[in-house]
Design a protein around this ligand. Structure first.
Ligand SMILES: CC(=O)N[C@H]1[C@@H](OP(=O)(O)OP(=O)(O)OC[C@H]2O[C@@H](n3ccc(=O)[nH]c3=O)[C@H](O)[C@@H]2O)O[C@H](CO)[C@@H](O)[C@@H]1O
Ligand SMILES: C=C(OP(=O)(O)O)C(=O)O
Length: 419
């Protein structure tokens, strides 16, 4: 297994190119299941989760070809409608094959994803929505077994929690359903808008994406697509926080500033000077240490849970007391004990991490427990005295393309080694 070795680094400086968004690319690649025509996706990040997705699609019989950041998929003859436990257990987003398979093939067997380090993460909203559209679903031996006679039927579906994945699964299913589907209390994330744009390019009629009320007029069949994945707002935010923590000045290129309002707002409160162009964001700390900020995670457009861990690291070394409250996942503070091992003064109070600020971090061996927790430890390593060894970085490789090369390009002292 690999680990990252990070030494105390100078303030980050320079330009970094932002990759396509993992959380947009995953549902986008699943749209290929909705058509027998070829689909081409560009700006697809080179990530472990993308490898898992193409392996999953190949297992279903989808023809896959991949070259650098381009993926071509053709689902003209499926050989299976089963997403196996072996793949689903490594990537929860595998559940997103359920809606498309059911809509186009009338049948799907998908292993229950189960929980993960950050929480229980049930899929009841995905299943309830599909049942409202006429699917018969049972859970047997750890598998969701779903079928429908004829086509799924459009329905008015109210989701009593905001769920990104359920909104995506139901949007894809509804695109091939008979009649209109209305998703109420839908998620409003930029990745949902990206999925709607791709579906519309394939001949679907999706309106309202980006609001909490999405209308999908089903069509009998869809065509292929040639679609460029949205820039990764969480990768962008992670580099910006790393630069803020180090007191540096960086420019994120090929970014999407309008997807990051809540994060940029908090960075400004922390004392960062932020300048944006159409597709770039510059952060300049002008040599200052960040001020602690108060943050509460919530569905988009509020502050994203996927940026919470990185801000916990920032608050540790910032000036003043900061409180970060997590409202999306019940167990998303696994990075806190690891940061404490590096000397961070943080107290966990219910679902809040309270940092006293001005912690002097010292390098230590630390363990990555999930994707964004790993990112928070890497950021801590950049400013800790001495050397930090981050193990179990397969979590990091799920969601950050070439993170050590990108950080090195900004002046960080970081290398990948064998554990
Ligand atoms: C691949 C991907 O895009 N992952 C993102 C997606 O995950 P994901 O789509 O899994 O997250 P959801 O938005 O569905 O989850 C939000 C909350 O709703 C709960 N819930 C969800 C579905 C359901 O059927 N029942 C239920 O109770 C979850 O346990 C969680 O507490 O959105 C999360 C919230 O922004 C992000 O952290 C993840 O990075
Ligand atoms: C939690 C995340 O991803 P996933 O939903 O794929 O686990 C994430 O991207 O931070």
């Amino acid at each position: 297994m690999d680990k990252l070795v990070i030494k105390k680094s100078p303030p980050l400086r320079g330009d970094v190119r932002i990759s396509g968004a993992k959380n947009a690319a995953l549902p986008l690649l699943m749209t290929a299941l909705l058509t027998d025509k070829p689909c081409r996706y560009t700006n697809v990040p080179a990530l472990r989760d993308i490898n898992t997705t193409t392996a999953l699609l190949a297992e279903l019989g989808v023809k896959v070809s991949r070259e650098q950041n381009e993926v071509r998929l053709t689902a003209d003859a499926l050989s299976s409608v089963t997403a196996s436990y072996e793949l689903v257990k490594t990537m929860r987003a595998s559940i997103l094959v359920l809606g498309p398979l059911l809509a186009r093939h009338g049948k799907a067997n998908v292993s229950l994803p189960g929980g993960c380090a950050i929480g229980a993460r049930p899929v009841n909203l995905h299943l309830a929505g599909l049942e409202q559209m006429g699917a018969k679903i049972e859970v047997d031996e750890g598998y969701i077994r779903a079928h429908v006679e004829g086509r799924l039927q459009g329905a008015r579906i109210f989701m009593d929690m905001v769920s990104v994945g359920a909104t995506e699964n139901l949007m894809m299913a509804a695109a091939l359903a008979e009649g209109e589907t209305i998703l109420e209390n839908a998620a409003r994330e930029p990745e949902i808008v990206d999925l709607a744009n791709c579906l519309n390019q394939m001949g679907a009629t999706v309106t309202g994406a980006g609001t909490d009320n999405i209308h999908i007029q089903g069509v009998p069949e869809l065509t292929g697509c040639d679609y460029r994945v949205l820039p990764d707002r969480i990768e962008t935010g992670t580099f910006l926080v790393a630069a803020a923590v180090s007191g540096g000045k960086i420019r994120c290129l090929d970014a999407a500033p309008d997807t990051l309002d809540a994060v940029l707002n908090k960075l400004q409160q922390a004392g960062a000077k932020i300048t944006c162009g159409d597709d770039w964001i510059e952060l300049d700390m002008e040599g200052r240490k960040p001020n602690a900020v108060q943050v509460k995670t919530a569905p988009h457009p509020a502050f994203p849970t996927d940026m919470q861990a990185q801000f916990v690291t920032m608050n540790c070394i910032a000036q003043g007391t900061g409180v970060i409250t997590e409202t999306i996942f019940e167990n998303r503070f696994m990075h806190v004990p690891e940061l404490q091992r590096m000397g961070a003064e943080i107290a966990l109070e219910a679902n809040s991490a309270v940092s006293k600020g001005s912690s002097r971090l010292k390098g230590a061996p630390v363990m990555a427990t999930d994707l964004r927790a790993s990112a928070s430890l890497v950021i801590a390593g950049l400013i800790a005295e001495g050397e930090t060894h981050v193990t179990r970085i397969y979590h990091l490789d799920r969601g950050y393309e070439s993170i050590e090369a990108k950080l090195s390009g900004l002046g960080a002292i970081i290398s990948r080694e064998k554990e």
